[in-house]
Design a protein around this ligand. Structure first.
Ligand SMILES: [Zn+2]
Length: 412
């Protein structure tokens, strides 16, 4: 049973309990109207045949005649109904709470979260939950436009730059559905505060509509005095991909930026927009070989993967990174190779060596990558067979799976 099948069970259960709960409350509050009967307001004895206002059953004296025509409200059942409703609500939000990175905020209804926006603390869990829901299509269109409206207001009217920047990030999380905020985002591009300009670049890349103007604004931001803003601008152009061809000259310029982050992000953007290996390869290889630049090296690997295995120099660079001193870099490369599939076949000999590595995590990923490469990884069969007597059952199963992929596809 998949997760979404289970979600369906929770939602139906929640819906069913909701209907039962509401019916119960409505019945308990409204059902037993007087309908012309005179009844004791205490024991509900029918006093139609009893003159006067004193109940012959329990002795209760009604102060006024009107008191004898009360609707009987069954408060105990109202309470039970509310309890059923609460359990139903709990069931219907269970999938969301389980999925939420924040836990209990997953139980708060979206409408309540949005209504609380003006008072929410920027770094808080409720804002976090709201941003996740906004980006995951868990909102109705009217909720989304209400939320976008609130963020636009904050962008345009708040004096606090941190709050303005925050609103832009959150608009970004919403993505293309926040396109009505683009005028506000365009306005933020010339904000005095670099935090706001950087967030504007991010929002442009996430909203990803109105291509021409957005790309022109990103090109402006790529010449910003603040390096974070420039990096986000390069990232935004990367997001637009081939559409951002107008940004190529500015990105080429940024390859010599004083900030390594900006250089690398620009190289990634170029690899995606108009791959010209002669322009970006030297920069990527130089970065990959500089042991001081851990985060940059990760990004260099991503850029190489984006260029693709068929580009001259990409596979040799990745294969040599498989022998890197840093195990995190090695892991990153192996996972990238697994995603490339058959194109990663030049890395087979290096992966075979890793299959015998001491590091179990690297070994597991290498096994997986060899399976993903398929028949081209035939040379790995003997090394993989040696792993079939591993103590761990799951590992043996993973090895068998990889062997199957390598063999099956070569038989066809
Ligand atoms: Zn009575």
């Amino acid at each position: 049973m998949t997760a979404s099948d289970l979600d369906w069970v929770f939602w139906s259960l929640g819906g069913l309990l909701g209907v039962i709960g509401i019916s119960l409350v409505a019945w308990a509050l409204l059902w037993d109207r007087p309908r012309g009967r005179r009844r004791c307001a205490k024991c509900w004895y029918n006093m139609s045949g009893t003159p006067g206002r004193v109940c012959s059953e329990c002795g209760y004296r009604a102060k006024r005649e009107k008191k004898l025509f009360n609707t009987r409200r069954r408060w105990r059942w109202v309470f039970v109904g509310i309890l059923v409703l609460a359990v139903g609500y709990g069931a219907s939000v269970t999938p969301r709470v389980k999925r939420s990175r924040y836990g209990w905020p997953g139980a708060v209804p979206t409408v309540v979260l949005i209504a609380m926006v003006p008072w929410l603390n920027p770094g808080g869990v409720l804002i976090g939950e709201l941003s996740i829901r906004g980006g995951r299509d868990e909102m109705w269109p009217w909720q989304q436009s209400w939320l976008v409206g609130l963020w636009i207001e904050r962008c345009e009217q708040t004096a606090d730059a941190t709050l303005r920047a925050d609103a832009l990030w959150l608009l970004g999380y919403i993505g293309p559905e926040a396109r009505s905020a683009l005028p506000a985002v365009f306005g933020a591009v010339t904000d005095d505060d670099p935090k706001v300009r950087g967030a504007a670049a991010y929002a442009l890349g996430m909203i990803l509509t109105d291509h021409r103007t957005s790309i022109a604004k990103l090109i402006d931001l790529l010449a910003d005095e603040d390096e974070n803003v420039r990096e986000n601008a390069a990232w935004g152009l990367w997001k637009f991909g081939a559409e951002a061809e107008a940004g190529v000259p500015a990105l080429m310029n940024a390859l010599t930026d004083e900030s390594g982050e900006v250089r690398l992000m620009s190289a990634r953007a170029l690899s995606r927009i108009s791959p010209d290996p002669e322009v970006v390869m030297p920069l990527l290889i130089r970065t990959l070989q500089n042991p001081d630049h851990h985060p940059l090296r990760i990004r260099a690997i991503l850029a190489l993967v984006e260029l693709g295995p068929h580009i001259d120099g990409v596979m040799p660079a990745l294969v040599s990174a498989l022998g890197d001193a840093d195990s995190k870099i090695r892991l990153m490369v192996i996972r990238s190779l697994a995603e490339m599939g058959a194109g990663a076949s030049p890395a087979v000999p290096a992966l075979i060596e890793i299959v015998q590595d001491e590091n179990a995590n690297l070994r597991d990923w290498a096994v997986y990558a060899l399976g993903a490469i398929g028949p081209e990884a035939e040379a790995a069969i003997p090394a993989l067979k040696e792993l079939l007597d591993d103590e761990d059952e799951y590992r043996r199963e993973a090895v068998r799976e990889a062997l199957e992929k390598i063999r099956r596809e070569s038989d066809d």
